[in-house]
Ligand binder design. Structure first.
Ligand SMILES: [Zn+2]
Length: 270
């Protein structure tokens, strides 16, 4: 399995899983993990899906003591390379509330592999500090990692990459996600300059900054307050077919949600 390494700078690397996304033989980076290094330690954010050999790739880039942070419990972020890091003795952290969902998709994962990853956890890498911020919505446990010095935000799927899945099993109501997003925006020091690195960067239309978070917040607000509804579509996921809606604003070209999952209390009491 191909893993593409991109040096964003000397201390920040994107490792992408290449696969035939369009079925035309061209290998494209479908899902991304990120390696950040400091003077004393390093962290890897997410572990791709089907690619193996990620540990070896990371070790070609750094020999520093390494922790692994899983942004949420989906198999395309906690994939087949994960046991390599466990076997090498790296500490692996993931929001514990997401474990059962991950286990239901990949029964081979073991609870004892993981420490809990939660809002407020801080990673001191030496000259660089990463903050764990909760952004529940896409999953109940979703977190993002924030480097205030470099003004980087590593988001997994917590805010999508323009295409944002909130219609999948396990996603919280949009009204709950809206609270998460409001909290997240408050904690970012310089929203105009922040650079957002998502778990599926190929889906992004341009460089994502605080403007993207603003557009996502405004769009979600308008859906929750019933100002807009978007287009109706049908999808099959995990063997189940269901209806959902798609709304858009700016770089958020596809926010997918279920009508019954906008705000369940209001849905019951229209
Ligand atoms: Zn996900």
């Amino acid at each position: 399995m191909n893993i593409q390494v991109q040096n964003i700078n000397d201390t920040f690397f994107r490792l992408s899983e290449l696969s035939d996304l369009r079925g035309d033989g061209e290998l494209l980076p479908g899902v991304d993990a990120y390696l950040l290094t400091g003077e004393k330690r390093a962290v890897l954010v997410d572990t791709l899906q089907n690619a193996t050999g990620l540990y070896e790739k990371v070790r070609e880039l750094t020999e520093l003591p390494l922790d692994v942070l899983i942004t949420h419990g989906h198999i395309d972020h906690a994939g087949k390379s994960l046991p390599e890091f466990v076997a090498a003795g790296c500490a692996v952290y993931m929001p514990e509330v997401d474990f059962e969902f991950l286990h239901s998709m990949e029964p081979g994962v073991k609870k004892e592999w993981f420490h809990n990853l939660k809002d407020g956890d801080v990673w001191e890498l030496g000259g660089r500090t990463l903050h764990t911020l909760s952004c529940a919505g896409h999953t109940a446990g979703s977190v993002v990692l924030y480097d205030p010095k470099e003004n980087l935000l590593l988001t997994g799927d917590a805010v999508g990459a323009g295409n944002f899945w909130m219609h999948i099993p396990g996603a919280l109501p949009l009204s709950e996600f809206l609270k998460s997003l409001a909290g997240l925006r408050e904690k970012i020091r310089d929203p105009e300059q922040v650079r957002i690195y998502t778990g599926h960067q190929i889906q992004a239309q341009g460089i994502l900054t605080g403007t993207y978070l603003d557009e996502l917040f405004d769009l979600t607000t308008d859906i929750v307050s019933r100002k807009i509804a978007g287009e109706e579509r049908e999808a099959t996921l995990l063997g189940k077919t269901f209806c959902y809606r798609v709304a858009a604003r700016g770089q958020v070209y596809s926010l997918c949600y279920r009508v019954e999952n906008v705000d369940p209390i209001r849905h019951l009491c229209p």
